[in-house]
Ligand binder design. Structure first.
Ligand code: BES
Ligand code: MN
Ligand code: ZN
Length: 491
């Protein structure tokens, strides 16, 4: 067992849980621990001392009051320290004057700390032989050391509940995204979706390759053609009000592996294309959390899933395919497959009653050139919708940067032989790819989130581990909960 004290800088007295004041004072004098922000100091405890805990982790919270992202990052540091010690139980004592620690409300503070702990405790499943000796943190107790009013205790507990839900939904998305392509085929992704839907009693539907063809989803069919693992169109609905109205569509790219197809990718780094269903994982994480949170909103989730392979029967550059919307698409590059399957998915989301749509996709290398792996790129046709979403992203701490849309970008997608073409040349690639998808929103409010840079990291950073991040789960949830609370106008 472990005990953790979130300490405040230069406050040997007052704010710390009584028993530890002395040792912390000592440490401050020697300069070993002075409570600077994110400073971690591990203190072994002798058995005859006043506690049952073998180790105390001191975590500095600095001298200023922290915002939500700082609280989250602090909690991540604590989770990492606990992990290094192979702890299975963690008790966190928050300094007794919460308002000295946090600049946020009670609920936000509890949510941010909990989120950080859950996100920081995540470890990717590995497949090494032999016994797994340490399976990670099992229990975390978040303690508010103060004589709190009942209302505040309720806020505190509500924050913990939200933080747990947001964090675990993100970890679910990370787990799915980290699965190798041989384990996660389109039908396996559909099975994972059905499992989530059934657990929460949500209506769900999976179309197989036959139904995909019958319905006229020519885009998804073409992209999935070259694989022995046939494509799937996956739908889950969450109905939180009496009527199926004012429906928000969330659409996630579900390419379980992207070789590029006939326009084959080069070998270095291709293994990372197991993450080309990061958008699908994100919207599934959102559905999982909605099952717990049950807000008064309506959501239709759509995932077009396929494996993009080169094969004798694969689709080819020069092919012209007819999408579900009736639009014909001239294929110029089979590696620009995401937008093709997403076009059909947007149309299908509209068929299911979506009145506004957010799509999430590992769509372009171009967004990586622009924003690196630091921020998610956004494209929209509705500034008000975008602003609302940006507000949610500021609260979640997940960075989103809007790309400008000029009329010329639309023109770059014109084809001489079809209604639209699937690539628009080298320049402005993240924007034109987004705009391709936006065509299928048929003028309804739409936001596209390109997570090609942020869904999968080459090394751990901030709240995220190496590999899958589950990015956009928390921002989407924050946005959807804002719709419920009526905090912001709907569009
Ligand atoms: N899945 C890739 C985008 C991607 C690249 C995701 C790097 C994560 C990391 C997408 O399907 C793709 O291949 N896009 C092409 C489009 C191009 C051919 C117009 C790209 O960005 O190179
Ligand atoms: Mn591709
Ligand atoms: Zn792709």
């Amino acid at each position: 067992m472990l005990c953790i004290i979130v300490a405040e800088a230069e406050s040997e007295a007052g704010s710390l849980a009584g028993e530890w004041k002395k040792s912390v004072g000592q440490l401050a004098k020697t300069g070993l621990f002075n409570g600077n922000l994110n400073q971690i100091y591990v203190l072994p405890v002798e058995s005859e001392e006043q506690t049952e805990f073998p180790v105390v982790i001191l975590a500095g919270s600095g001298s200023g009051r922290l915002g939500t992202e700082e609280l989250r990052l602090l909690a991540v540091q604590i989770a990492h320290a606990a992990h290094k010690l192979k702890a299975d139980k963690l008790i966190i004592q928050v300094a007794d004057r919460l308002n000295l620690l946090s600049a946020e409300g009670t609920e936000e503070t509890a949510q941010a700390l909990t989120e950080g702990l859950v996100l920081g405790a995540y470890r990717r499943t590995h497949y090494k032989r032999g016994q797994l000796l340490y399976t990670g943190l099992e229990t975390v107790v978040l303690h508010m050391e103060r004589t709190a009013a009942a209302a505040e205790t309720a806020d505190w507990n509500q924050g913990i509940m939200r933080g747990l839900t947001f964090g675990e939904a993100t970890n679910l998305a990370r787990n799915l995204t980290n699965l190798p392509g041989n384990q996660l085929t389109p039908s396996a992704l559909a099975a994972a979706a059905i499992e989530i839907a059934e657990r929460h009693g949500f209506p769900a539907e999976v179309l197989d390759e036959r139904e995909i063809e019958q319905k006229g989803m020519g885009g998804l069919l073409a992209v999935g053609k070259g694989s022995i693992h046939p494509p799937r169109m996956i739908v889950i609905r969450y109905q939180g009000t009496g009527q199926w109205e004012n429906v928000t569509g969330i659409v996630g790219k579900g390419i379980t592996f992207d070789t590029g197809g006939i326009s084959l990718k080069r070998a270095p780094g291709m293994e990372n294309m197991i993450s080309d269903m990061g958008g699908a994982a994100a919207v599934l994480g959102v559905m999982e959390a909605l099952g717990t949170l049950r807000p008064r909103i309506n959501v239709v989730m759509v995932i077009p899933s396929a494996e993009n392979m080169p094969a004798a029967n694969a689709f080819k550059p020069g092919d012209i395919v007819t999408s579900l919307s009736g639009r014909t698409i001239e294929i110029l590059n089979t590696d620009a497959e995401g937008r093709i399957v997403l076009g059909d998915a947007l149309t299908y989301a509209l068929d299911w009653g979506a009145e506004r749509i957010i799509d999430v996709a590992t769509l372009t290398a171009a967004v990586l050139s622009t924003l690196g792996d630091i921020a998610t790129g956004a494209v929209t046709n509705n500034e008000l919708f975008m602003e609302t979403f940006m507000a949610a992203s500021r609260r979640s701490g997940e960075r989103v940067w809007q790309l400008p849309v000029y009329p010329e970008f639309h023109e770059m997608l014109r084809s001489e032989v079809a209604d639209i073409r699937n690539t628009a040349g080298r320049y402005g690639g993240a924007t034109t790819a987004g705009l391709f998808i936006g065509e299928f929103a048929e003028g309804l409010p739409w936001i596209h989130l390109d997570i090609a840079g942020t869904a999968f990291l080459s090394k751990e950073r901030g709240v995220n581990p190496k590999g899958a991040t589950g990015v956009m789960v928390r921002t989407l949830l924050q946005y959807l909960l804002q719709l419920d609370s009526g905090e912001v106008a709907e569009h």
